[in-house]
Design a binder for this molecule. Structure first.
Ligand SMILES: [Zn+2]
Length: 340
């Protein structure tokens, strides 16, 4: 919904782009989203409303003296500098992608709302893109879902569960030589530890940690939980000493029972089962290097599980796509980039 005034020929005549607020009802279901974003102007309006609510600005110099080239859905800055032309993808997780916005936005919708995640193979088939493109899209979308809040959870009167789990070691998919090398008697050599912190009635935070020793776990607790909070954990030795640090620490010994009144970690058990269902059922084999991104994705959905409809979760991801970039080299850990 752009109205471009001025000489239709062009670039030399001042053109004013007015964005008319999208009064159309925002999509609430996948079906409505597909219909809505099938129109490229709706995609563009969606991006502009969120990116430049006070008018389109040149991402290079910040000038608002820009000309909209409607045939290409691009802008051109009137100031003298290189990279005069820009699209609404610049400076977002979509930057450098040749894929159209309708595919990006629908992929975002699916990841934001599929409870067990969605694999790159499913996205590839649903959108008609290659699996490699879909894999890269999903990782970029996970970057938008990343929550790096520095606000601590809990506080006086709050109840916080802390627990740890191991993921990985999908032995049945491994070549037998690899399996022999990786699977040892303790069964955890190939697994990665994750520490989870859940404020009851609130947010979950999960972090991939190298081990579940005292230092690793308590560093996370101090970083994410306010002193004075009630903390419930299992009987692992690594949690000893939390009382001395100002937490109301209570222990449930799983060798005896799983629940003792308020003292349990069932909220986190629920999150772990969701996470593992996604990792085992949908993603199947996840490299340790990428694990934190899958964790980010599952935390995002879990923390927004109470939103009333799928469109609200989609909006939430959409509000975090700006000012972030992820190159192919970064996502694969390689030095040469081959962006699609
Ligand atoms: Zn400029």
């Amino acid at each position: 919904m752009f109205f471009v005034s001025g000489d239709s020929k062009g670039l030399s005549v001042s053109a004013t782009i007015c964005l008319v607020r999208d009064t159309m009802k925002k999509p609430k279901t996948l079906q409505q989203a597909i219909v809505h974003f099938a129109n490229p102007d709706n995609c563009l309006a969606f991006m502009v409303e969120r990116r430049w609510p006070n008018g389109v600005e040149c991402p290079t110099c910040g000038s608002k003296e820009v000309h909209f080239i409607s045939t290409r859905r691009l802008w051109e800055c009137k100031a003298e500098h290189t990279r005069k032309q820009f699209s609404c993808k610049v400076g977002t997780i979509f930057e450098d992608s040749a894929l159209p916005l309708d595919k990006w936005l629908i992929a975002m919708w699916m990841v934001a709302n599929c409870k067990n995640g969605i694999s790159s193979y499913e996205v590839a088939r649903a959108l008609g893109v290659t699996q490699k493109s879909a894999w890269f899209m999903l990782h970029r979308i996970r970057l938008a879902m990343q929550n790096r809040s520095i606000l601590k959870l809990g506080g006086s009167g709050s109840q916080v569960e802390v627990d740890e789990t191991f993921v990985g070691g999908a032995a049945r998919f491994m070549h037998s030589d690899k399996r022999k090398r990786r699977i040892t008697e303790t069964g955890t050599k190939d697994k990665v530890a994750i520490v989870g912190i859940l404020e009851r009635g609130g947010e979950v935070r999960g972090t991939v940690v190298g081990n579940r020793k005292k230092h690793a776990l308590q560093t996370q607790i101090r970083a994410h939980v306010k002193a004075g909070s009630a903390i419930y954990t299992d009987a692992l030795m690594s949690y000893q000493g939390l009382r001395e640090q100002g937490f109301e620490h209570q222990v449930i010994d799983h060798a005896e029972k799983y629940v003792d009144g308020q003292v349990h970690t069932n909220g986190l058990e629920n999150f772990w089962s969701l996470l593992k269902r996604g990792l085992k059922g949908t993603y199947v084999s996840v490299e340790e290097f990428h694990l934190f991104r899958y964790l980010d994705e599952q935390m995002f959905r879990f923390n927004l599980r109470k939103l009333s409809h799928d469109g609200a979760r989609f909006e939430h991801v959409a509000s975090h796509i700006f000012g972030k970039r992820l190159t192919y080299a970064e996502v694969t850990g390689k030095t040469t980039a081959t962006c699609n």
